[in-house]
Design a protein around this ligand. Structure first.
Ligand SMILES: [Zn+2]
Length: 451
């Protein structure tokens, strides 16, 4: 059998791994969008390097678009196989695909850029989903598989796949535990081949305590300056985590309630999905809910949906917090707010997620003093900070700890994927030093033969 790496190989986005068995069956693990670097984004517009009609099934680790975002294009190009995922992954994908299809259409009207898929493809593609529960051993076309909680976002999974007497484990994105709301990543003990993400190879995250302290300090700062704190946030997971943390601070009297705007219709819909899957929350969150507290509601919270509601945020005097997408400031309502607040030194901006190379978020994060937003230059005068602890990805010590559970005699090779070159190098080195496992860090287009 062989595995072909079509994305997230020596970089972070575009996860897509093709499995071709000795008997000729073809499967995919993930089919993600390339994001950030304009050269990589061009790949989104090309035909796939395989025929989508020949893929029998796809195993989807989670709903983040860099793992799922090309599924509607896969459908458009003839894929009609099954998409196996957890239930929250399917529900969130439906919302994300709908949103993405509308953005693509907007772009088409503005620039004439050919849409890679349309809303109809996106919705038809959702009908191919077949959902599974964590821990269930399932079988499809002589392939056995099992989804395990990866603790990364709601519904995320590390997937065990048993094919032709070999067992492969695809980590998907591994969680940065302990995370608010989510359970710890499940431990998996056996595999011949592990495909491990390396987003934060060589890096150790800030602790949970520092993360909370920094968020609390940021709230105090906007109080003192009676100003605005902007938090560019991914609509999925990060927004719900920040809401959870602010809810705890308000309910425990640690901060005085202040206006907190969740200025994202998509985030607000996704929060609705979270409420349907309380059984997947961790014990701590369940005990808060059992005590009678709604983790997604607190004094001062305003969820804005319409454009008018969003515009009215400007007229609310500080102190206030505005949480809006996109998480890397590549579009969405956060760019409108940045234009409004970026030049006033009294204001604050906090990054709570990964900023890919080439994005506006990365430029501000890297300290550029003048940035272009929607064809106009702005001076970056507000105070910029980042809370690394909010990353949804495991850091190197957490990844090494998760890998330490595998049976050393059974594991033949660890394939280091989903990380920029130097991050992957660092993780591969740590894997060799800790366990002596053979490692492989593929590039896009590389193949791995497994016999
Ligand atoms: Zn992810």
């Amino acid at each position: 059998m062989k595995i072909i790496f079509h994305g997230a190989a020596q970089e972070v986005t575009g996860s897509c791994y093709q499995i071709i068995t000795n008997s000729g069956s073809q499967f995919l693990v993930d089919c993600g969008l390339f994001q950030g670097d304009p050269n990589l984004e061009k790949i989104n517009y090309k035909d796939f390097d395989f025929n989508p009609k020949n893929i029998q099934a796809l195993f989807l680790t989670h709903s983040h678009l860099d793992h799922s975002g090309l599924l509607p294009k896969l459908y458009r190009q003839g894929f009609r196989g099954k998409i196996f995922s957890t239930r929250p992954t399917r529900d969130i994908c439906k919302l994300l695909f709908e949103d993405a299809a509308n953005l693509i259409l907007d772009k088409y009207f503005k620039t004439g850029e050919r849409p890679i898929y349309e809303l109809e493809d996106a919705m038809n593609c959702v009908s191919l989903f077949e959902t599974v529960e964590y821990g269930e051993l399932k079988e499809f076309d002589s392939v056995k598989f099992r989804f395990n909680d990866a603790g990364h976002i709601l519904g995320s999974a590390a997937i065990e796949i048993f094919i032709e007497n070999k067992k492969m484990v695809f980590s998907g994105d591994l969680g940065n535990y302990p995370s608010p709301i989510l359970k710890m990543p499940d431990i998996i003990k056996e595999a011949n081949y592990v495909f491990i993400e390396s987003t934060y190879g060589g890096i150790t995250h800030e602790s949970k305590e520092i993360r909370l302290k920094k968020l609390k300090q940021a709230v105090f700062n906007v109080f003192n300056k009676e100003s605005t704190l902007l938090i560019p946030s991914f609509a999925l997971e990060r927004t719900q985590e920040i809401m959870y943390e602010l809810n705890n601070m308000v309910e425990h009297g640690e901060i005085v309630p202040l206006p907190v705007f969740i200025d994202s219709p998509l985030a607000n819909k996704i929060t609705g999905v979270f409420k349907n899957y309380e059984y997947l929350y961790d014990k701590e969150t369940m005990s808060i809910i059992k005590s009678g507290d709604d983790i997604f509601d607190f004094q001062g919270l305003v969820m804005t949906n319409t454009v008018d509601e969003s515009k009215r945020i400007n007229s609310v005097k500080g102190p206030k917090i505005v949480i809006a997408g996109s998480g890397m400031c590549t579009g969405g309502r956060i760019t409108k707010h940045l234009k409004q607040y970026i030049e006033d030194p009294k204001n604050f901006l906090i990054f709570v997620g990964y900023q890919a190379i080439g994005t506006l978020g990365r430029k501000i994060f890297d300290g550029e003093k003048i940035v272009e937003i929607e064809d106009r230059e702005f001076n970056v005068n507000l105070t910029v900070d980042a809370i690394g602890g909010y990353s949804a990805h495991a850091d190197e010590p957490q990844t090494i700890s998760w890998l330490s559970n595998f049976d050393k005699n059974m594991l033949e090779e660890v394939i280091v994927i989903h990380g920029e070159k130097e991050k992957g190098d660092a993780l591969a080195k740590a894997i060799k030093n800790n366990f002596g496992f053979k490692t492989f860090q593929p590039k896009i287009g590389d193949e791995l033969n497994i016999n």
